[in-house]
Design a protein around this ligand. Structure first.
Ligand code: HEM
Length: 397
């Protein structure tokens, strides 16, 4: 039987659709395969999301293969916890990401990006590199981390390098591990210093909260891991941010989009741009889904892109429709680019409101810049994660 882990390495985002096709009709919402030898059931759609987020049926601990979980999230991270441990740790993240802080960081990113694009005329730039720099510097300062500009720059690149390697692509995987080890050490030292010398870190910052507030009970390594779980995914918004820049350039009337249209555009970019290929949980008890039996120890794999483009949930799912979300918010169980359900009661991403705001600020700034794409903006669907070619080269004027 085909092994999904191997196929993800070879076929990237096409692995799950290909396997589905091979195993039955393209309308099946569940099919079985293997993941590193373990029986796995791949599911998609609204009911699948409900099942995946039912804690009685699915646990997270041990679900993501350890090398991948340790690389992307860090050892012991919230992502792989269950029950009370998860609830307590998740409350910390939701407490860190208050709406005031989200507003503050998004506004800073908007201002910094506006300043940055003033330097674009007359040269070719990579949108991805620019966004990594701007988001990375802003999130570090906002989190209470004070470093020399060269170190800020290096940290932003390292955070992006970890994300770039999570799909296991050859040298990117090795580079990601090197960056992970350096970042773990760096973050642990930051927490250690904030604890030893409280005056070294501003109160009311994410670093202060993790070091000596709600995170004070975490050992320094784990506290550092969770600090990185705020910094790294904020830099990761550069992936959908780059797709947004590409999609925006393709819209004839992009400079005239209003607030609501830009919010909708961000949602549609997250729906359609390939990023998270799947989520994984371990089945705890016997049940079934869409006629397929699930047994304890099976891996339950939620097909994220397959849910975001499910034929029963979306009108013309394959079409990029920037106005699709005008006037309404997406369904929490049918739209899952950052997980499904609710952040307070399950594993759904606590950084989604921040992501939405960052993309909105990015669209606001870029909509006012007369850039055009240089060369091809295609992306390689076989590579996880993927980007428009060369990080989207653009030129103004
Ligand atoms: C969880 C995606 C941005 C922090 C997740 C999950 C996904 C996701 C798919 C897993 C949901 C699950 O396991 O059910 C993304 C994407 C982002 C993004 C695509 C933007 C490109 C952020 C940001 C932050 C963040 C900006 C914080 C500032 C977290 C944390 C978790 C998480 C801490 C673990 C939650 C838990 O296990 O309960 N994210 N995220 N993410 N995300 Fe994000």
């Amino acid at each position: 039987m085909a092994d999904l882990a191997m196929m993800l390495l070879k076929d990237g985002y096409d692995a799950i659709p290909r396997l589905r096709q091979r195993t039955g009709t393209t309308r099946d919402d569940a099919f079985t395969c293997r993941v590193l030898g373990r029986r796995a059931v791949v599911v998609r759609g609204r009911d699948a999301v409900r099942l995946f987020y039912d804690e009685d049926v699915v646990q997270r601990e041990g679900a993501v293969p350890p090398p991948l979980a340790a690389l992307l999230f860090g050892r012991g991270a919230v992502h792989g916890t269950d029950g009370d441990q998860h609830r307590i740790r998740k409350a910390m993240f939701l407490g860190l990401l208050t709406s005031e802080r989200v507003d503050d960081l998004a506004a800073t990113i908007g201002r910094d990006l506006a300043r940055r694009v003033e330097g674009w005329p007359g040269r070719e730039v990579s949108v991805f590199d620019e966004l990594v720099e701007v988001y990375g510097a802003a999130v570090q300062a906002w989190a209470g981390i004070d470093q020399a500009p060269a170190d800020v720059h290096r940290t932003s690149r390292r955070l992006a390098t970890v994300v770039d390697g999570f799909g296991g692509a050859g040298t990117a995987y090795a580079r990601a591990w090197a960056a992970r080890l350096q970042l773990d050490r760096w973050a642990r030292d930051l927490v250690g210093r904030a604890r030893r010398d409280p005056g070294s870190v501003r109160d009311d910052t994410v670093l202060a909260d993790i070091a000596r507030g709600p995170g004070s009970g975490l050992d320094p390594h784990l506290a550092g891991v969770e600090l990185l779980n705020v910094l790294r995914p904020t830099v990761a918004v550069a992936w959908p941010g780059t797709f947004l820049a590409r999609d925006l350039a393709g819209l004839a009337d992009h400079s005239t989009l209003g607030d609501e249209a830009r919010r909708s555009l961000g949602h549609e970019v997250r729906r359609t741009a390939p990023f998270v290929p799947a989520l994984a949980g371990l089945v705890r008890r016997d049940t079934s889904f869409d006629g397929v039996a699930l047994a304890p120890g099976d891996l339950l794999v939620l097909d994220v892109p397959g849910t975001n483009a499910h034929p029963d949930l979306w009108n013309e799912p394959e079409r990029f429709a920037p106005g699709r979300f005008v006037g309404h918010e997406p369904d929490p169980f049918g739209y899952v680019p950052q997980g499904g359900g609710y952040p307070a009661t399950g594993h759904r991403c606590p950084g989604e409101p921040l992501t939405v705001r960052i993309l909105q600020q990015t669209a606001d700034v870029l909509a006012g810049v007369p850039y055009h794409v240089v060369g091809s903006s295609d992306h390689d669907r076989r590579r996880i994660p993927t980007l428009p070619r060369h990080g989207l080269r653009v030129r103004v004027g």
